[in-house]
Design a protein around this ligand. Structure first.
Ligand code: ADP
Ligand code: MG
Length: 259
């Protein structure tokens, strides 16, 4: 997958501002950035869900705006705020998605059952989606995204509602996926997730890529061998200064309140 000089503006807001990066087969790439950095917008452009002001996206050689159907076949997508089929059960929802995608019924059912078991949602297979916890909803979304064996998985802020055991299983699933030559794009604002899950990290701020590399490469870049990804991230996104400023403001307000 390649994103080249991508621009997506909403009025005056430059959500994506000349962003370029690529993901190779076998790689888990983390798009790491603070809230509002442009992660979700970038993902929507990759999926062909938004018209863009400039730039190119290709997913396994196909352009999402010109060949949306092909790109949908290549990609399994778990949205940040997933479209919910509240009045369906996971079983019904997965059957529905399999039929929309034209998958072999028996094969899809077997695959769904296997994933439902390994992600520990068997108990809720026949409960209404709207009654499931956030974590279980996310798991069903992930299973739905994997059903058609896509080459590329795109996860927008995943694992946020998952308990330790489930995030472990999700990590394993992503690991297997890339071992088989698939690729993963994962967006997150949580440093620890990027650090443990991703082979390569792109740090994004205000719609621009401010640094890219493996964790070690990023550390070398900032010439801070022992630094955590968090330190590097704050430095690169200029938040060090703003964290200090808001602490100062807080301290002043607090002192005034004491007088
Ligand atoms: N549909 C929209 N209309 C107007 N502004 C938007 C829209 N979607 C996103 N934005 C703005 O674009 C910027 C990037 O948002 P987003 O891509 O959601 O960031 P992230 O996913 O990194 O938190 C933010 O300033 C956000 O308010
Ligand atoms: Mg987002």
């Amino acid at each position: 997958m390649v994103v080249q000089a991508l621009y997506k503006h909403f009025g005056k807001v430059k959500a994506v501002d000349g962003l370029s990066f690529g993901i190779r087969p076998g790689e888990i790439y983390g798009l790491l950035g603070p809230n509002g950095a442009g992660k979700t917008t970038t993902i929507k452009c990759i999926l062909g869900l938004l018209e863009v002001q400039g730039g190119n996206v290709t997913v396994l050689g196909d352009d999402p705006l010109q060949s949306p159907e092909k790109v949908k076949e290549h990609i399994g997508y778990v949205a940040e705020e997933p479209l919910l089929y509240g009045s369906l059960t996971p079983r019904e929802m997965l059957n529905f998605i399999a039929s929309v995608r034209g998958l072999d019924e028996e094969e899809a059912t077997e695959r769904a059952t296997r994933l439902i078991t390994s992600l520990d949602v068997t108990k809720y297979y026949d409960s209404l989606m709207e009654t499931l916890s956030r974590g279980n909803k996310q798991k069903v979304q992930l299973i739905a995204a994997l059903l058609h064996r896509p080459q590329m998985l795109i996860l927008d802020e995943p694992l946020s509602g998952l308990d330790a055991r489930s995030s472990r299983v999700v990590k394993d699933i992503l690991g297997l996926h890339v071992q088989r030559g698939g690729s993963v794009l994962l967006s997150t604002h949580i440093m620890e997730q990027a650090q443990t899950l991703c082979n390569r990290i792109g740090i994004i701020n205000q719609g621009r890529l401010v640094a890219e590399g493996t964790l070690d490469e990023l550390r070398a870049l900032e010439d801070s061998a022992g630094a955590s990804l968090e330190d590097i991230f704050l430095k690169l996104t200029d938040q060090e200064q703003s964290v200090r400023e808001s602490m100062d403001r807080f301290r002043k307000a607090y002192e005034q309140a004491q007088n």
